[in-house]
Design a protein around this ligand. Structure first.
Ligand code: NAD
Length: 342
């Protein structure tokens, strides 16, 4: 019998509870050994506890060090900071892992199998921003400070290179803008080149590319890339770009990894426009659960889950509306569970 694994479950807002139910049904069918501690956050947290990230939720993750999270809405007004950003900071989740793999063939781009590893805590997203008043205009000048540290870059690059080795990636590409932002992104590039020379030479091919060229190359010939590793802002943009190559955010899972905690999520938001209608596509969260199984060293279950998703979509042709099908969330989940059990 597999040892139980304690994990925090945050159903989240909007379609969150619907896609979480679908994911739990699939994990149950797999016999995944998670023991869930259900917690609230986002809009649900504000409504029940007056805080988008209540202390009980933080305590739970401090205890389990592992969470599966539905999308969270940050209420506008009220001065609330994004719960997602707070979670990253609180648990020092420095690496954001965003795989993109073609599941439904015949789209604009076939046979995509890429992963973006994004630095999640530094760069231009640290939030040091302010305005300068000139004459009567209080917002005459807007300023932002970016901070990248050698230590922060190194831990992310080490994570990415190690992940490349353990998952058999052949090529890693460091994406930067060191021709213009010589210090801010140059330090990341230099750190990566140095780390490769010292510890990883020969284990995979290392390449470097400037962010703007990378965006163009990804659209013209994405197959030339295998793993992209980059700083926070560039990674944010590129990871959505690669999600677009494989059918959009409905198919995009993400993992936020720290030294001693990891949070798995769908990349899309709470989709308030379709919440409660029973039509949400749960695949992004299901794929995130697959990453969580891999993280917990349960790769056979992860592979079984991914295979069942492929078969449900491509053999049974059961697909939700956003993928051109007619199935609701429940019908898709039933077909998926059937595939897992057969
Ligand atoms: P969104 O991703 O929620 O929705 C964009 C569009 O995609 C909508 O038309 C929606 O119906 C559709 N969509 C998204 N996920 C889908 C799914 N699984 N199945 C079918 N269709 C799906 O983006 P938004 O509308 O900009 O954001 C809504 C809320 O979500 C905001 O409050 C935002 O802050 C939050 N958000 C949270 C996260 C997160 O928690 N990781 C990420 C992004 C946005």
């Amino acid at each position: 019998m597999t040892t139980p694994i304690q994990a925090t479950l945050i159903p989240g807002d909007g379609i969150g509870p619907e896609i979480v139910d679908a994911t739990l049904a699939a994990l149950d069918a797999l016999g995944a050994p998670f023991e869930w501690d259900r917690q609230i956050a986002g809009l649900g947290g504000v409504q029940v506890a007056g805080d988008p990230l209540p202390p009980a939720t933080l305590d739970s993750i401090r205890r389990t060090r592992l969470a599966l999270k539905g999308p969270l809405e940050t209420p506008s007004g009220g001065g609330y900071r994004s719960s997602n950003v707070r979670l990253r900071e609180e648990f020092q989740l420095y690496a954001n892992l965003r795989p993109a793999r073609t599941i439904i063939p015949g789209g604009r781009f076939d046979n995509i199998d890429l992963v973006v590893v994004r630095e999640n805590l530094e760069g231009l997203y640290i939030g040091h921003e302010h305005y300068v008043k000139i004459d009567n205009d209080p917002h005459a000048v807007a300023m932002a400070t970016g901070i990248n540290t050698r230590a922060g870059g190194l831990r992310l690059l080490e994570y990415a290179f190690e992940h490349a080795v353990t998952t058999g990636r052949k090529k890693v590409t460091i994406v930067h803008k060191a021709n213009i932002m010589k210090a801010l992104t140059g330090i990341f590039l230099e750190t990566g080149l140095d780390l490769y020379e010292r510890k990883y030479k020969g284990k995979f091919e290392l390449d470097t590319v400037i962010i703007d060229a990378c965006a163009m190359k990804l659209v013209i010939n994405p197959w030339q890339f295998d793993m992209l590793v980059t700083t926070n802002l560039f990674g944010d943009i590129l990871s959505d770009l690669v999600a677009g190559l494989v059918g959009g955010l409905g198919m995009a899972p993400g993992a936020n990894i720290g030294a001693d905690a990891a949070i798995f999520e769908a990349v899309h938001g709470s989709a308030p426009d379709i919440a409660g209608k029973g039509i949400a596509n749960p695949i992004a969260l299901l794929l995130a659960a697959g990453m969580m199984l891999d993280h917990c060293k349960l790769p056979e279950m992860a592979t079984k889950l991914r295979t069942a998703i492929d078969e449900t979509l491509n053999i049974d042709k059961v697909r939700t509306g956003d993928l051109g099908g007619t199935a609701g969330t429940a019908e898709f989940t039933k077909a998926l569970v059937g595939r897992i059990k057969c």
